[in-house]
Design a protein around this ligand. Sequence first.
Ligand code: SF4
Length: 314
Amino acid sequence: MKRFPYWLRQSVRGNENFRGTRELISKLGLNTVCQAARCPNVHDCFSAKRCTFLILGKICTRSCRFCAVEKNRLELKAPDKEEPLKIKEAVEKLGVKNVVITSVTRDDLADGGASCFADCINTLKSTGRGLKIEALVPDFLGNKSSIEKVVSARPDVLSHNIETVPRLYGKVRPESDYNRSLEVLRYAKELDGGITTKSGIMAGLGELREEILGAMGDLRKADCDIITIGQYLKPDAGCLEVEEFLEPGEFDKFSKWAKEAGFKKYYCGPFVRSSYEFSTPRHRNNGGPLEQYSSSESLGFARDKLRESRRYRR
Ligand code: SF4
């Protein structure tokens, strides 16, 4: 495994909120992608009582090579009908206003789990608390009626990640299809012109800079509104190696390109993840409005983190 450059080293410290969030999730029998995918931001997010709920179990039917989520078709379970209510309870107890719901890919289910997304969205809306809801969906094998089910539940944001550039799909997402993923975003917008769409890319898997630029152009052609670009970090021994650690300045370049390409919002930085806008602690954006995220801030943040971790080791 490659050694992390200084801007990616973090101290790992959980506070009382971190433990409280973890215990609540476990007590309710819920899953989070934060834990299942070993997100590097888990300590920050849980400490700020934020998480991304992972519905439809924690076992995925695909074998993407960047992802640490378990893959074992033999252990797939039927969706938990109580899951929307459990998520509602967790959201109320955490006291959050912004909720991100994602799922494992369930190609074994007739609608890919779209009705479960819709149930969760409807249940959260029924609280009347004006929650902002982001649904980060799989590609549903391109099944249009599944996309329709989720879009008709009217999440505030419909998100689907292309993850990487088309040339690397065979290596990174062998069972997925770049154009099918773009079509999810395009079709969601066709169904509801008022919905905000969003997608994410991981950098550092061997893509060329111009390929990132090309993917941005493809996303804009699909009328995608928001883009996130973060550094790929090998989450598990069985996952692909990191080909490149991009310096924070490279992410600033991506922000510039995203702005020029016409994205309404763009979040580019080493620790940016696809649930970034809704879930990441505001201190990463200097406490300002979450308009965009610049890596220069992340570099300052990483330096703070490094200093903090040195202090912590003493
Ligand atoms: S960035 Fe998203 S996935 Fe990562 S810990 Fe935070 S909420 Fe979870």
